[in-house]
Design a protein around this ligand. Sequence first.
Ligand SMILES: NC(=O)c1ccc[n+]([C@@H]2O[C@H](COP(=O)([O-])OP(=O)(O)OC[C@H]3O[C@@H](n4cnc5c(N)ncnc54)[C@H](O)[C@@H]3O)[C@@H](O)[C@H]2O)c1
Length: 353
Amino acid sequence: MKKLKVCIIGTGSISDFHFKSYANNPDIILHGIFDYVTERATQKAAQYGVSHVYPSLDEVFKDPQVDAVSICTWNNTHAEISIAALNSGKHVLVEKPLSLNVEEALRVQEAVEKSGKVLQVGFVRRFATNTKVLKSFIDAGKLGEIYYAKASCLRRIGNPGGWFADKERSGGGPLIDLGVHVIDICWYLMGRPKVKSISGNTYSNLGNRGNVENLSFYKAADYDKSKNTVEDLANALITFENGASLFVDVSFTLHAKKDEINVKLFGTEGGAELEPELVIVSEENNTILNIHPQMDHLSFDFEKAFQSEIDSFVNSCLTGEKPVAPIEDGVEIMRMLEGIYEAAEKKCEVIFS
Ligand SMILES: NC(=O)c1ccc[n+]([C@@H]2O[C@H](COP(=O)([O-])OP(=O)(O)OC[C@H]3O[C@@H](n4cnc5c(N)ncnc54)[C@H](O)[C@@H]3O)[C@@H](O)[C@H]2O)c1
């Protein structure tokens, strides 16, 4: 079978997970790299043995040898680069979020439909082992109808700064950065119901807590504590047409005792916690059972999930199989994120028709 030649665009922190996972996949050749910052691109090319460091995005798109691209750039460039890549006949794996807003997302969808190429959205949590195991239980009917989900991803001090803290380039704070993952995973496991209405709030009360001492946290390369234009905290209640609902809260900064991540689903036959550790809740013989699957990784395992995500993308490119995280799901998640920001700004419920 022909090997797929891949180019990685944007060579910051997350690109390492793409490089390593492609390097482990026997069906691809890591062919090229592009980043604004040429030294970074050159360093990664040496590290991962990549032959082509392109001088511009145009050169990537013009090269007929490039079959597929992984887009690991700032959020404000995802849509534009995806569209240009698709229009030049390349398959696309685009990091989350798909875009800054629904209007951009719909333009990407149009380009996918016109080009007939594969586009997979970087909803990496769909590929985690704990998610796959839980999904197999859900598909077997063990939870019945899932009518409520609750997800929290709270950091007490964890605004990475740099472009993440610049609304122009990121599109927002913890909602678009962390909320995108936990909303998607709940929605995916709930069976992707159609959104009916959204209420939400965003808060900017604490800033980035750049004053805090003696506690370290991840900082972007260009961290500057004086620069921050994104929210600290967002919460929302999303109601679906089938009557199910999802409550979510996410923060970069909060006066919380500790950081936490929780993802919980509740159905008519059983319940489950996906994070912080997979547990399935059931009832038998008038007794409640908490079932603890025996697995190496009960919570999200970054490396394995990325490997599975990349392998699945490569398989879709080579076989034409529909991606596990297709464009229409990227669009629907953008509708929810935009809906939450809109509800928060207008201070009223947003109704979808
Ligand atoms: N799936 C996940 O769990 C996950 C985790 C972290 C980040 N991400 C996503 O990955 C993307 C990158 O995040 P990061 O943490 O690697 O950021 P980063 O700041 O470490 O790296 C971004 C890189 O992109 C480059 N860049 C920006 N715009 C560019 C353009 N138009 N053309 C070429 N290069 C460009 C920058 O120079 C930088 O090297 C973001 O969209 C983020 O949301 C996903």
